[in-house]
Design a protein around this ligand. Structure first.
Ligand SMILES: [Zn+2]
Length: 317
């Protein structure tokens, strides 16, 4: 932890000097020999002021990043032998590290579409046929396999032999132009080519090249395969791991899914990002977490410092 926080050696945040002593009685604290200022090795990380052993945090972050579907609080409770409340707090806090406020917008060729996702109400048993629905909008970069780049083609031309790049997902309140434009503007770089189903809310978007893919009665999952694959992975994940999403935490869950998807070949980096070792985040308290209404609002408040950037989501093949 010490090496990770101060890779070039300790620097006192109060006086800038470098002479330091570790406190024997409190192993997380280091005291500056010049100013006497005590600095915790967990300051600015998600672990700050937590009474849990650091090894519990490390295990939780490890399990959440290496388990391909992530971990629910229930699963973590079993794995770590902690109470449900502790497991729930661990997952909530680690999930908050999964939003990168400085992340780069998607670019190149981007499929955009909306999907209805069922959510679970209260503690009732989740029955997909009998659940409420939320509207989710998603975008995914289309990368050519041979060149590993996005290559815009003439309108209506087929994109063959592609793979998916990075994705973004968000809940929107309706299919209006305003909702869709807000998402696209926030997540896709100007000048990108948008492949859509030709919904009437798209043409108002300025600053993008719009290439609607309505081909007669052909199903959307054929003309927009990658975003539909992302939607179906997300549905399967939400059912398998959480037995349905809860409306209140939908944004947090979507962020978790996007984080994991975009870093699926960089799990060791995810581990450090989750613990806040690479970032200077304001730690979130229990009350922050349970009181807030909008997880995204809280998450953006939680940190403006840069996280590790992973712009290339995967290597070829
Ligand atoms: Zn000092």
């Amino acid at each position: 932890m010490f090496k990770r926080r101060w890779p070039d050696g300790f620097v006192c945040p109060a006086c800038g000097k470098r002479r330091v002593a570790a406190l024997k009685s409190r192993p997380r604290l280091h005291e500056c020999l010049d100013s006497g200022r005590q600095t915790s090795v967990t300051a600015g990380t998600v672990m700050h002021r937590s009474r849990l052993p650091l090894t519990t945090w490390f295990w939780a972050a490890h399990l959440m990043t290496t388990h391909s579907n992530g971990m629910s609080a229930l699963q973590l409770q079993d794995q770590l032998g902690v109470t449900y409340k502790t497991a729930w707090l661990l997952t909530q806090k680690l999930r908050r590290s999964m939003v990168d406020p400085d992340r780069e917008p998607l670019e190149g060729v981007v499929e955009v579409d909306q999907a209805e996702i069922a959510f679970r109400e209260g503690d009732t048993f989740f029955e997909p046929g009998n659940a409420g629905k939320i509207l989710v909008i998603g975008a995914v970069e289309i990368i050519e396999r041979d060149t590993n780049q996005a290559k815009p083609r003439r309108k209506h031309a087929k994109y063959l032999d592609t793979r998916s790049g990075r994705i973004r997902l968000a809940m929107i309140s309706d299919n209006s132009s305003a909702s869709i434009e807000a998402f696209v503007n926030a997540n896709v770089k100007r000048g990108a080519t948008l492949l859509t189903d030709g919904h009437k809310s798209y043409p108002g978007l300025t600053g993008y090249r719009h290439d609607p893919r309505v081909v007669g009665k052909m199903a959307a999952h054929i003309v927009l395969p990658w975003i539909h694959r992302a939607f179906s992975l997300m549905r399967r994940w939400s059912l398998g791991t959480y037995h349905g999403l809860r409306r209140k935490h939908v944004d947090t869950y979507l962020n978790e899914f996007v984080f994991r998807y975009n870093r699926r070949y960089y799990r060791h980096v995810s581990f450090e990002t989750l613990l806040g070792l690479a970032a200077d985040k304001e730690p979130a308290s229990y009350w922050d977490i349970i009181k807030r209404d909008n997880p995204r609002k809280s998450a953006s408040r939680a940190g403006s410092a840069p996280l590790l950037h992973i712009d290339e989501p995967e290597s070829a093949g």
